[in-house]
Design a protein around this ligand. Structure first.
Ligand SMILES: NC(=O)c1ccc[n+]([C@@H]2O[C@H](COP(=O)([O-])OP(=O)(O)OC[C@H]3O[C@@H](n4cnc5c(N)ncnc54)[C@H](OP(=O)(O)O)[C@@H]3O)[C@@H](O)[C@H]2O)c1
Length: 262
C-alpha cells in the first residue's frame, strides 16, 4: 500500500522530480507550494495538505538568498511545518540540505540551512537529512554570484557537483525508507577543480566570461578550504557525469524553437 507523502517545494527543480519518482513507486505524492495553495511561511493550506500524511519531504527554497531573508524563510517555514506535522502525526520528516553546511558558516545561506537542520533535530519527529553537493543546474547561478565585470573569480578548491536527477533519486529513496535520525550525503561521480567546473559549464553555453582562480574569492560569502565542498567517503554517488548532463541539457535547450520575428 502506498503512503501519502507531501513534498513541500514539490513544484521546484528537485521537488517536481521527487513527486514523479514517488508516484511511480505507487505512493500518493502531493506537490505542495504556494501555487498549489500551500504556503509554509504563512501556514496557508498546510493543515489540509498534511491530513493523513505519513511522510513530509521538504525541498522548498527561499526566494531570496539575502542573509536576513533566507534565515527568516528557513526558520519560519520549518517551524510552521514541524508544528503542523506534530499535530497531524507525521512519522518521517525528510529535508534536503547542503554538504559542508557546518563548515560554511560565514555564508548567510548556510547559517539558515544549519538553523533549519537544528529545528528538525530538536523537533522530536523522526527525520532524515540529505546533504547534497552543488547541483549541475546551479552552475550559472554560482558563476553569476562570483562575477566581477567580465571575470568569474573562484577559489583554488575542489567541487564534486551532482545532477538534480541524482539528488531527487536519493531524496525519494530516503523518503520511502525508515527515518535515519541523522544525515546522509550524496555527491556527483567526479571531483573538479572549481574553475574547471565553471569554465566547462559556461563554455557549453557560449558564455564569454573568463574564469579566474583567486585565493581570496569567496563562495556565497564563505571562505573555502580545499575540500569544503567535497563529500565524505561515505557519500552516495550519483550516476550522471557532468559532460553527459551538459550534452543533454544543451540538446534540450536547442530543441526549444527560436522566437520568430512577427
Ligand atoms: N542549488 C544547490 O546546488 C543545492 C545544493 C544542495 C542542496 N540544495 C537544497 O535543495 C533544496 C531545493 O532546491 P531547488 O533548487 O529544487 O529549489 P527551487 O527549484 O527554487 O524550488 C523551490 C520550491 O520551494 C517552493 N517554495 C518557495 N516558497 C515557499 C513557501 N513559502 N511555501 C512552500 N513552498 C515554497 C517553490 O514554490 P513556487 O515555485 O511556487 O515559488 C518551489 O516549489 C533547497 O532547500 C536547497 O537548500 C541546493
Amino acid at each position: 500500500m502506498g503512503m501519502k507523502i507531501v513534498v513541500i517545494g514539490g513544484t521546484g527543480l528537485i521537488g517536481s522530480k521527487v513527486v514523479e519518482k514517488l508516484a511511480a513507486h505507487g505512493h500518493e505524492a502531493v506537490a505542495a507550494a504556494p501555487n498549489t495553495g500551500v504556503n509554509t511561511l504563512t501556514g496557508e493550506g498546510l493543515a489540509e495538505a498534511l491530513k493523513n500524511a505519513s511522510v513530509v519531504v521538504d525541498v522548498s527554497n527561499s526566494p531570496s538568498f539575502e542573509d536576513k531573508a533566507v534565515m527568516e524563510f528557513f526558520r519560519t517555514s520549518t517551524g510552521n511545518l514541524l508544528a503542523e506535522e506534530a499535530r497531524a502525526g507525521v512519522r518521517h520528516h525528510v529535508a534536503l540540505s547542503v554538504v559542508g553546511t557546518d563548515r560554511l558558516q560565514e555564508s548567510g545561506y548556510m547559517r539558515a540551512k544549519l538553523a533549519q537542520e537544528k529545528l528538525i533535530k530538536d523537533s522530536g519527529i523522526p527525520y532524515s537529512i540529505v546533504h547534497a553537493t552543488q547541483f549541475f543546474e546551479f552552475v550559472t547561478r554560482i558563476a553569476d554570484e562570483a562575477t566581477d565585470g567580465n571575470q568569474v573569480r573562484v577559489p583554488p578548491v575542489f567541487i564534486q557537483p551532482i545532477a538534480a536527477e541524482d539528488v531527487a533519486r536519493a531524496v525519494g529513496r530516503v523518503a520511502m525508507g525508515p527515518p535515519l535520525n541523522g544525515i546522509v550525503e550524496v555527491a556527483g561521480p567526479q571531483r573538479f577543480r572549481f574553475d574547471e567546473f565553471i569554465r566547462q559549464g559556461l563554455q557549453a553555453r557560449h558564455d564569454p566570461r573568463e574564469v579566474v582562480v583567486d585565493p581570496n574569492a569567496r563562495y556565497f560569502g564563505a571562505k573555502l578550504g580545499e575540500l569544503s565542498l567535497v563529500a565524505s567517503d561515505k557519500a552516495g554517488i550519483g550516476e550522471i557525469r557532468f559532460e553527459d548532463w551538459l550534452n543533454n541539457s544543451i540538446r534540450n535547450y536547442d530543441r526549444i524553437p527560436p522566437i520568430k520575428a512577427a
